[in-house]
Design a protein around this ligand. Structure first.
Ligand code: CMX
Length: 468
């Protein structure tokens, strides 16, 4: 079954992790339980916002209805993970050996535990991941059996789902574990799932684009660099750096975005992490969400092909208006919460300035950034005309030869760090199953004004007469 387990041996493999994440989380729980019990008993009936008709019909935008300590998106400051901005994370997280970018083990420690990791703690998570690498052979066989035109995101979600029989949490629940202890086997599942993300992503990449080359991790490389190594870019230190940056930037974005919320909802039924992670990836696979990195790349390439050179601002404006007239969105621009340029865009922009300043597609990204905010802002309805993370991420991947349709898998591999951390904490704090209510439009109209109430009565009388 484990025929794809890492074959090479190294000192890392038998090294026991000195880190006990479970104990570090467990130590925080009594204080949390006391704090939440007090908050709910003293203020449980206190309103902290309002639900408007616009929000109900408008995709619940700006409705504060979830709680998480792990990350927050501030409209102007951007993403904050455990209170740290993107720039602070990039500067302060422990770095991989000889690298300017973070060890993802340190970021996962921060997401899960909430305390800024020491280099030893970051390394300890990397060691746990190294020890847990190994895809079941049947998962690889399943991926191979899929039609060649299957999208990499479909393969990714299927693979995570196919690994579900390994779930320790599902087994523990079946054997009667108390709900209050359920988070512990979930944490085990979280570490196993995340340990295997680089191998899984590389297996999918190799299957699609490298004649099914086997993805064999190098035990001497860190989690991110291993992905680069397994897709044949092990000799490219720049691409390894980019992978570390990409994986850091995409790891979380609070709890209300579509993939986080999907995963949270599914997990709230006490579904295990394989089930909720696969569900989260399915939401990420939509073009208004994670697939936007693929769509941006396609749009930029169409723009490039159309003009055959770097378009002028005027040409770009015309192409943009044509896209809008076709009823499409401009991918990579806009955001449900942010109201300024995404700090994750800026961090990648800096990388491009340093490593690929002359790349023609990056030149185009720069030109687009000069022009699009004005065009979208001019429409008068777009709340945030500035670029989000997806406006540039595909361009950087493209520079190093990664296919456009694979880019969202990388987003997903990173985002599962956040989603799994959220789920572990939601169960540790005993968050309940989610069950919001829905209204009919009749009911909403009845609640609002007498005239609307009358109109709704007339419609229903008319409907009854029509029926009879
Ligand atoms: N291009 C064209 N129109 C846009 C737009 C864009 N980039 N961004 C917003 N709009 C439009 C909306 O479609 C909406 O139009 P209608 O009223 O006609 O339906 C109007 O502007 C108001 O939308 P909004 O409140 O500003 O934005 P939303 O919160 O509704 O949507 C988002 C946010 C991201 C879905 C939207 O900006 C968009 O579609 N962007 C392009 C796709 C994209 O880049 N997605 C990735 C987001 C980041 C991520 O999740 O990875």
């Amino acid at each position: 079954m484990d025929n794809h387990r890492n074959k090479s041996k190294s000192a890392h493999q038998n090294k026991k992790s000195e880190l006990n994440i479970e104990a570090l989380i467990a130590a925080q729980l009594p204080a949390w339980q006391e704090r939440l019990t007090r908050l709910l008993s003293e203020y449980g009936d206190q309103p902290i916002g309002e639900i408007t008709v616009g929000a109900v019909y408008g995709g619940m935008r700006c409705l504060f209805a979830l709680v998480t300590e792990i990350s927050h998106v501030d409209p102007s400051q951007g993403l904050l993970i455990r209170g740290y901005s993107v720039d602070e994370l990039l500067e302060k997280l422990p770095k991989a050996d000889g690298s300017n970018y973070p060890l993802l083990g340190g970021l996962y420690h921060l997401l899960l535990v909430g305390h800024f990791p020491t280099p030893a703690e970051a390394q300890a998570v990397e060691d746990v991941w190294r020890a847990r690498q190994g895809l079941p052979g049947y998962v690889v066989d399943l991926l191979r059996s899929m039609p060649a035109n299957t999208h990499p995101m479909t393969l990714f979600s299927q693979a995570i789902l196919a690994m579900q029989p390994q779930s320790r949490a599902a087994r523990a629940y079946h054997e009667g574990i108390s709900r209050s202890e359920y988070w512990k086997p979930m944490l085990e599942d979280a570490l196993t799932i995340t340990a295997n993300l680089p191998t899984l992503a590389a297996t999918i990449y190799n299957l699609k684009y490298r004649d099914s080359a086997e993805a064999v991790p190098d035990p001497d490389l860190d989690w991110s660099a291993n992905f680069a190594h397994m897709i044949g870019k092990g000799d490219d230190p720049e691409y390894q750096e980019l992978t570390r940056l990409f994986m850091t930037l995409h790891s979380d974005q609070e709890n209300g975005n579509a993939s986080a919320h999907t995963s949270h909802l599914v997990s709230s039924t006490l579904s295990d992490l394989y089930l909720s992670s696969s569900a989260g990836l399915n939401a990420l696979a939509g073009p208004l969400h994670g697939l936007a990195n693929q769509e941006t790349l396609r749009w930029l390439k169409a723009l490039q092909a159309h003009y055959g050179k770097l378009p002028s601002a005027e040409e770009l404006r015309a192409f943009t208006l044509e896209t809008l007239e076709q009823g499409k969105v401009i991918p990579g621009y806009g955001h449900g919460v942010l109201r300024r340029t995404d700090t994750r865009f800026t961090a990648q922009y800096r990388f491009a300035e340093a490593y690929l300043p002359d790349d023609p597609l990056f030149q185009l990204v720069k030109r687009v950034y000069e022009v699009i905010p004005g065009v979208l802002g001019g429409l008068g309805k777009v709340k945030n005309p500035y670029p989000n993370v997806d406006a540039i991420s595909g361009t950087l991947q493209h520079h190093y030869g990664v296919e456009p349709e694979f880019c969202t898998v990388l987003f997903g591999a990173s985002r599962l760090l956040g989603l799994t951390a959220h789920a572990v904490w939601a169960r540790a704090l005993g968050q309940p199953i989610e069950r919001p209510r829905s209204f009919t439009t009749d009911r909403i109209e009845e609640m609002l004004t007498p005239s609307l109430r009358m109109r709704s009565a007339q419609i229903s009388t008319f409907a009854q007469e029509f029926d009879s």
